[in-house]
Design a protein. Structure first.
Length: 334
């Protein structure tokens, strides 16, 4: 497997480490606008990792490109497809995800995979939703919530998302909602526990609706404080943490099993950069080895038919999911 990794920040460096430990890796070219940073990551890993520019020759010699830079990713994804490469994008920007999904027809025509949003959330969240849905005969509702950021760029993106319009899927139509609305107390695995979560400009519904035909509702929320909401229209007042603190993702899937209704809640906790790096690296490996069930541009919920092997390998890499075993009353999300 020969990989080009663009982006050596918090997520990219973690993805590089995961890729470097992958059996069968022949070459790993690390590309970053900060050449010194890319060289430092490559030197820390050792062969076959190298640092260099992203040239047509570099693309021609690779099997898959991993995009771990801040958005947008569309232009880089198009260039990769033109050179016959699979694409793994960690983008979680609503506009960028929509643009990447528009590459579906081209990717399918070329027999290539464009894995969109392959990070901690939506990436791992999509896998957890697919896993929960496999226990149901019919999926009616999907609700995702997340807390934490992977690094400075991710923190700035999430800060902006709180002031952007959110999109919900409800009864066959898209609904725009104000960012920062829809407060809901969501419970994550310990030690994160309960956090107030709000609507934001998140791309989860774009990735999940195509994966579950007939689903009636899909929503996504992000944890935030009152200050986060009030200052979301302004530049960040404090410099974000270099890698981000502990984070978590939670998915709630409602549906029918036989004649009964059921609700399944799954979650995961980790540093978002660590989780995103592991998901991106594993996605790149699966794309290069042809293990996805379809080609084209899509999220992991649609690319994976059976998520268990994927989750099993993530657990081996240290990213583990958990099921909620308690009993609770379903919330009326508005």
């Amino acid at each position: 497997m020969r990989v080009v990794l663009k982006g050596a920040g918090a997520v990219g460096a973690r993805a590089a480490r995961q890729l470097h430990a992958t059996e069968g890796l022949e070459a790993l070219l690390i590309v970053d606008a900060d050449r010194a940073r890319a060289e430092a990551v490559a030197a820390a890993l050792g062969p076959p990792a190298t640092a260099g520019p992203l040239t047509p020759d570099a693309l021609a010699a690779a099997d898959v490109v991993v995009l771990a830079t801040p958005s947008p990713h569309r232009a880089d994804a198009e260039a990769a497809l033109e050179h016959g490469l699979h694409v793994v994008s960690t983008a979680d920007d609503l506009t960028d995800v929509r643009a990447l999904l528009e590459l579906d027809a081209e990717a399918r025509e070329r027999g290539l995979t464009v894995a969109v949003g392959a990070g901690f959330s939506p990436g791992l969240a999509c896998v957890l939703v697919r896993h929960a849905a496999s226990s149901l005969d019919e999926v009616d509702e999907i609700h995702v919530s997340q807390v934490g950021t992977g690094g400075p760029a991710c923190a700035r993106a999430h800060h902006h998302a709180l002031s952007a319009d959110a999109i919900d899927w409800r009864d066959g139509t898209w609904r725009q909602r104000p960012g920062g609305s829809g407060r809901e107390l969501c419970w994550f695995p310990d030690p994160v526990a309960g956090r107030d979560c709000y609507r934001a400009g998140l791309p989860h519904a774009l990735l999940l609706v195509p994966a579950f035909p007939g689903v009636r509702r899909v929503t996504a929320r992000i944890a935030a404080t009152r200050r986060d909401r009030l200052t979301s229209w302004l530049p960040m007042l404090r410099r974000p943490h270099a890698e981000g603190t502990i984070g978590a993702v939670r998915v709630e899937v409602r549906g029918r099993r036989g004649v009964a209704t059921d609700t399944l809640v799954l979650g995961a906790i980790d540093r978002p950069a660590v989780g995103a790096g592991a998901v991106a690296a594993l996605t790149a490996t699966w794309a290069a080895e042809g293990q996805f069930t379809r080609s084209g541009a899509a999220g992991l919920a649609l690319l994976l038919d059976d998520p268990v092997p994927f989750l099993r390998e993530l657990a081996r890499r240290g990213v583990r999911a958990a099921a909620f075993d308690g009993a609770g009353v379903a919330a009326d999300r508005r």
